[in-house]
Design a protein around this ligand. Structure first.
Ligand code: PLP
Length: 390
């Protein structure tokens, strides 16, 4: 049915998040009594650590039900500042830390203050699908940089020198990346930052998977380059997706504009969630999160060779997050059709490459190891059976 008045023209350019549709269909199959292995979901299967849940319950019992300041609860901004100091040996003034409704809220704020008609924002393809839509939403132009295994699926300074022009204001990137789980090597990152600085631009660095690294120690761009935007969240490493809480570290000169935008868009992040998150940095909670990280590592160590054995081409072992981006070309002509077959015939839900951009999208699938190892075993065997019959 067509709407009157018609939806704004920009809606033509806002793509759906296919994985959400896939998840809904997988859930419908389950409701009809079928057993589905979920390897599409980008959220930890673990529930939020108990101490955090209890802090949320306590906040409710204490009547913490009013708005916080738009930039966030001062105690939480302090706690995040202390986290940067203690974990990353990096001094970040609490005044630069803005509490947001998830990393999603942070991404909207950053694009709100940077993107507009006539401005370009560069981003990797494949990459996190919502980013290009945030740029579009603000009237800006997203420019996709094709990335591949040769550069860890991350942009390079050479690409910036080819694509950056007078209209370009920022480069968005994520490390570890969604969908590839790859990390940007420090030298490559320094070159990108230096390039952006030399051209009066900024990096918008998404560190949402910062705590989920399996070989190397977590790091932050802010340690070397404090003058860029850094986004983080309580969703992934902290296991708090449903609490909708994240944060943004912004250069000081943007904080006033961001505050005005936050006041207007969402007034403040959830009060309950902010009180709960105060417990996320406690030693006990951090221990639990570290144990979970180890479990994710074990899952990756099972799934990566298992997918290679099935015939997928995965040139780099993912170093973080909980995703494996696999080239399905040796097995199928089109990854969306394969994805559909896997759901319908093998009852395994995975995400098609088209969710992450256009670059070789029809030859890739994203597997998420956000389910336990028995389910992963089951999923792999079902996929093996399905591939044999194709
Ligand atoms: C790279 C990246 N950034 C941001 C988000 C949004 O996360 P949230 O809004 O739950 O913090 C996600 C979610 O999958 C993501 O993968």
């Amino acid at each position: 049915m067509s709407c009157l008045p018609a939806t704004a023209g920009r809606m033509e350019r806002i793509a759906p998040f296919y994985v959400m549709d896939l998840l809904a269909r997988a859930r419908a199959m389950e409701a009809a009594g079928q057993d589905v292995v979920h390897m599409e979901i980008g959220e930890p299967d673990f529930i939020t650590p108990q101490a955090v849940i209890e802090a949320g319950q306590q906040a409710l019992a204490n009547g913490k039900t009013h708005y916080t300041p738009a930039l966030g609860l001062p105690a939480l901004r302090e706690a995040i500042s202390t986290y940067y100091q203690e974990r990353f040996d990096t001094q970040i003034a609490p005044e630069r830390i803005i509490i947001t409704p998830g990393a999603s809220g942070a991404l909207q704020l950053v694009m709100g203050v940077l993107a507009e008609a006539g401005r370009k924002v560069l981003l990797p393809d494949p990459g996190y699908p919502c980013n290009r839509n945030f740029v579009e939403w603000m009237g800006g132009t997203p420019v996709a940089l094709k990335v591949d295994a040769a550069s860890h699926y991350q942009p390079t300074a050479e690409q910036l020198s080819e694509c950056w022009d007078e209209q370009t204001v920022a480069l968005m990137l994520a490390s570890p990346s969604n969908p590839t789980g790859t990390v940007i090597p420090p030298t490559q990152l320094s070159e990108l930052a230096a390039f952006a600085e030399a051209h009066e631009g900024v990096l918008v660095m998404d560190e949402i998977y910062q705590g989920l690294l399996y070989e190397q120690a977590p790091a932050t761009l802010l340690h070397e380059r404090p003058q860029h935007f850094v986004i983080n969240s309580f969703s992934k490493f902290f296991g708090m997706t449903g609490w909708r809480l994240g944060w943004l570290v912004a250069p000081e000169c943007y904080v006033d504009a961001i505050e005005r935008l936050a006041q207007n868009i969402f007034l403040a992040a959830s009060t309950l969630s902010q009180y709960a998150a105060l417990q996320a940095f406690s030693t006990d909670t951090q221990e639990i999160l570290e144990q979970r990280r180890e479990i994710f590592r074990q899952r990756r160590d099972f799934l990566y060779p298992a997918l290679l054995d099935l015939g997928f081409d995965i040139p780099l072992q993912p170093e973080g997050a909980f995703y494996i981006y696999a080239n399905s070309r040796p097995l199928a002509n089109d990854s969306s059709t394969l994805c559909e077959d896997l759901l319908q015939k093998a009852r395994v839900a995975v995400t098609p490459g088209k969710d992450f951009g256009r670059n070789q999208a029809q030859h890739h699938l994203r597997f998420a190891y956000t389910t336990d190892i028995d389910q992963l075993h089951k999923g792999v065997e079902r996929i093996r059976g399905c591939l044999k019959k194709r």
